[in-house]
Write a protein that binds this ligand. Structure first.
Ligand SMILES: [Zn+2]
Length: 201
């Protein structure tokens, strides 16, 4: 979804339940119809309504900027695992930077990581890290406390919700899989947390 802040809050909020339950339910006279809806949600937004080419050219007041991004509610954002701030691509930076990695090796890496995850969870009937329920992540597959120290502190000071913490753990497992490691270490947990805390403001 591009320009996600331009969608009304009601439409955005309706995504929340769908994301959580992986299905769309539509109430009908004779009961409800259910449609499967497992998908990857990618949302993009400008930082403000004037969408300047350079940050310095923005003509919006801070209240306007805040209100614009505020259209994305906390509960919806809480279900977004990776938040990335993109810098405008200038002619100069496009010229100077390394050419991007080709898709084929990236695909290979992703396939290997998914295979690791599938093997690990196979006996439990889960295929991906995303499917592992929160309680299993926290109990049966709990990571040592020195590995999750940063995450525990973020939870304690209320910087992250319990749901957010579970999502963070899943990302940490994925980062470990991408690295070819058996388990996430503190680095992977920190990186997962960093993706989540990186605000667009
Ligand atoms: Zn602006």
């Amino acid at each position: 979804m591009a320009e996600v802040c331009e969608f009304g809050p009601e439409r955005l909020e309706s995504l929340r339940t769908v994301l959580e339950e992986g299905e769309v339910r539509i109430a009908r006279v004779k009961g409800a119809v259910r449609y499967p809806a497992r998908f990857q949600l990618v949302m993009a937004t400008n930082p403000c309504p004037c969408a300047p080419a350079k940050d310095a050219d923005c003509t919006c007041s801070s209240t306007v900027r805040r209100r614009y991004l505020g259209r994305l509610s906390g509960p919806l954002l809480d279900r977004v695992d990776l938040r990335v701030r993109l810098r405008p691509l200038s002619a100069l930076s496009a010229h100077l930077s390394e050419p991007p990695e080709a898709s084929a090796p990236v695909r290979e890496r992703v396939l290997e990581a998914r295979e690791r995850a599938t093997k690990r969870w196979a006996e439990h009937g889960w295929l991906t890290n995303a499917e592992v329920p929160g309680p299993a992540l926290r109990r049966e597959f709990a990571l040592p406390s020195q590995v999750t120290a940063l995450l525990d502190r973020a939870l304690e000071r209320g910087a992250i919700t319990a749901r957010g913490a579970d999502r963070c753990l899943r990302i940490a497992w994925t980062l470990a899989d991408l690295k070819g490691a058996d388990k996430p270490e503190a680095d992977e947990v920190a990186a997962a947390l960093n993706f989540r805390e990186r605000s667009s403001g």
